[in-house]
Design a binder for this molecule. Structure first.
Ligand SMILES: Cc1cc2nc3c(=O)[nH]c(=O)nc-3n(C[C@H](O)[C@H](O)[C@H](O)COP(=O)(O)OP(=O)(O)OC[C@H]3O[C@@H](n4cnc5c(N)ncnc54)[C@H](O)[C@@H]3O)c2cc1C
Length: 485
């Protein structure tokens, strides 16, 4: 008998299913592994769960970014000799059907953390007659795998972050393939066009970031060159745009998170060390949000802390309208509301201040704010948005304690003393001197006249008194949490 083992490589026809969180050719493990096994069919399914016009219109900014990113992915695949096969229909029905029809022998994709994605994947795995392999890559470290000494999920960020830094092996990103096998005719003939934004009844917003791998790489390059080394001091400056603006790229996977981690590390010098570590910590906050959602999928519907169940939110419709329209009379809150609707983005500090204001000053359920953000944020992400809202309300995992109520004046004055952010988004008050910019109603008549401002006319007077609202929230929250202890 021959002692030498001869390995015969099996030739597969692999369906590589791109699913809106990995819209790239670089660092795409399912694609690379599929190519090692033989022939590849790249697929995107336009599932009515997201793409029915009535659904799509509920997330106009994400749709715009997503469609641009899918188009660029299709171009990139074509430039590698392949094609993105696009089909419409419910994934649960369509994928098993196409696998049969196209003679596919295995299906590869990236794993999703969200509960509905997990349920979808379990149903598809059941319906498939071939192996369905899910790869990691959405996060730095697979969610649900870091555990405390007692084997429990982490509920405090700092030990989670320490564990990730010491235990995670964040491997180097994979290069894009040199070429990809051509798509067989049987699949090509089923391919449909990528829908246009207008087909979904969405008007293009020219102020949004561009989607796609090229724009993402450009943003990363710019950040590394400009603000990365001073991120620690710049990140909180409301008027400065000194953060990476990579959130939508990470969300839609036009850049993999580990490729960002890899690119930022070499910038660490004696002077930039704090900034580089702070930036990495933000990426770990993202992993923490994903891990929490993995272990506690119910957080998308209910508070992480059970004591918050049944909280007596007031949900006043007039207050809600003022908050969503940017007419609360609190400039920093109104600036965030207008930035959100106009550009699909809000600075992190402004997200925290405005979320706190909605829940604590206005006593409006954080879930309403969460869905409003999900509607308009281009980076709107189930895990991070839920974590951000529950952190702000006080109901979340390692949240801001309920008794810390952000002061919308001092936050503004501290993080943007000249009021650049506010002036940009609220032209009605842009001529006010800086000392009044966060409290226009305290300006003397003569100053208001000079700045051409009619308070209560062009720009509203505050809809609530800060001190009263703070005191009211503390009273209500203390009583509720005590009852539910
Ligand atoms: C109420 C609220 C809602 C939020 N909703 C979302 C959301 O839907 N999608 C989203 O991506 N982020 C969300 N965040 C987190 C954060 O505000 C954004 O990630 C950040 O502002 C994006 O800008 P950037 O890419 O320039 O961030 P950078 O400061 O450059 O950070 C780099 C990356 O780290 C991650 N990150 C940064 N801060 C956080 C954080 N606090 N928690 C988790 N991850 C973070 C993001 O992926 C970000 O792109 C929310 C925060 C709050 C307070």
């Amino acid at each position: 008998m021959c002692s030498q083992m001869i390995t015969v490589k099996r030739v597969h026809r692999t369906l590589v299913w791109f699913r809106g969180k990995d819209l790239r050719v670089s660092d795409h493990e399912p694609l690379i592994k599929a190519l090692e096994d033989g022939e590849v069919i790249p697929l995107f399914v336009f599932d009515p769960y997201f793409f029915h016009p009535l659904r799509a219109r509920k997330l106009p900014h994400r749709m715009q970014f997503l469609l641009e990113s899918i188009s660029e992915l299709a171009d990139n695949l074509a430039s590698h000799g392949s094609r993105l096969v696009c089909v419409s229909g419910s994934s649960v029905a369509v994928v098993p059907e196409l696998v049969q029809k196209w003679g596919v022998t295995q299906v590869f994709a990236h794993r999703w953390t969200e509960p509905f994605g997990r349920i979808r994947d379990a149903r598809i795995a059941d319906a498939l007659s071939v192996p369905f392999k899910l790869y990691e890559g959405e996060t730095l470290h697979p969610p649900g795998t870091l555990r405390t000494g007692k084997g429990a999920p982490y509920s405090v960020f700092t030990p989670f972050s320490k564990a990730l830094r010491s235990q995670a092996r964040i491997s180097a990103p994979l290069p894009p393939p040199e070429s990809i096998t051509p798509v067989p005719e049987v699949a090509l003939s089923d391919s449909e066009n990528i829908p246009a934004l207008e087909d979904l009844g969405i008007e293009r917003n020219p102020s949004l970031q561009n989607g796609g791998e090229t724009a993402a790489r450009h943003r990363l390059k710019l950040f590394l060159k400009t603000h990365a080394s001073s991120y620690a001091s710049g990140r909180d400056q409301l008027g400065a745009s000194a953060t990476s603006r990579l959130s939508a790229d990470i969300k839609f996977g036009t850049l993999s998170v580990r490729s960002i981690w890899e690119k930022i590390a070499p910038l660490k010098t004696e002077t930039s060390a704090e900034s580089i570590e702070t930036f990495k910590t933000e990426l770990i906050w993202r992993d923490f949000a994903y891990s929490t959602l993995w272990d506690r999928p119910e957080v998308l519907k209910q508070p992480f802390r059970p004591q918050w169940e049944g909280f007596p939110w007031q949900n006043d419709p007039e207050d809600w309208k003022a908050w969503t329209e940017g007419r609360t009379g609190y400039p920093v809150i109104d600036a965030a509301a207008r930035e959100l609707r106009e550009t699909g983005f809000v600075h992190n500090r402004a997200r925290m201040i405005t979320a706190s204001f909605l829940c604590k000053h206005l006593l409006i359920d954080y879930r309403r704010g969460e869905s409003h953000f999900l509607k308009y944020l281009t980076d709107g992400d189930w895990a991070q948005n839920n974590a951000g809202w529950q952190w702000s309300a006080g109901s979340g995992c390692d949240a801001q304690p309920y008794f810390r109520v952000f002061n919308p004046f001092s936050q503004g004055e501290k993080f943007d003393p000249e009021g650049k952010y506010v002036r940009r988004w609220i032209p009605e008050i842009k001529l006010l001197p800086s000392r009044y910019i966060y409290r226009p109603w305290t300006a003397p008549e003569a100053v208001l006249d000079k700045a051409g401002i009619s308070l209560g006319g062009d720009y509203p007077l505050p809809i609530v008194d800060h001190a009263m609202a703070r005191e009211r929230f503390l009273r209500v929250a203390k009583a509720h949490l005590k009852r539910n202890e």
